[in-house]
Design a protein around this ligand. Sequence first.
Ligand SMILES: [Zn+2]
Length: 122
Amino acid sequence: MIEGKLMIKGKMPKQCVYDNACKLDKFCMKRSDLSDETGIFKQIMFIVDRLHIKGHIGIDCKKYNHPINFPNLQGVVTVMCEVINSWASGFCHNTKHMNAIRFNFFYSLFFLNIIKLNLKEK
Ligand SMILES: [Zn+2]
């Protein structure tokens, strides 16, 4: 069940960038030996995004969860979720009275346009 929810194109992500990844890392590692299913957490590296890393001053945060330790993330905008969340929240007044079908349709178009925008910029 966990695998199915986290898989992207049939594969488990090797890295997870998140605001509070250091705590998520500890949470997942505590549970990683509970079953084969939770054991997949051992395969994922949890990384704090660049926006939030300033507040993470713990030794473990700097050693295991700092984005600077992951060369493949150099040049990657790890705060993209924050940017998209900020854009999406600008529509909360428009969407709060929509039914589920219209809401899903609206945000499907929203995210499709973000993807198109990103592709044009590259
Ligand atoms: Zn931390």
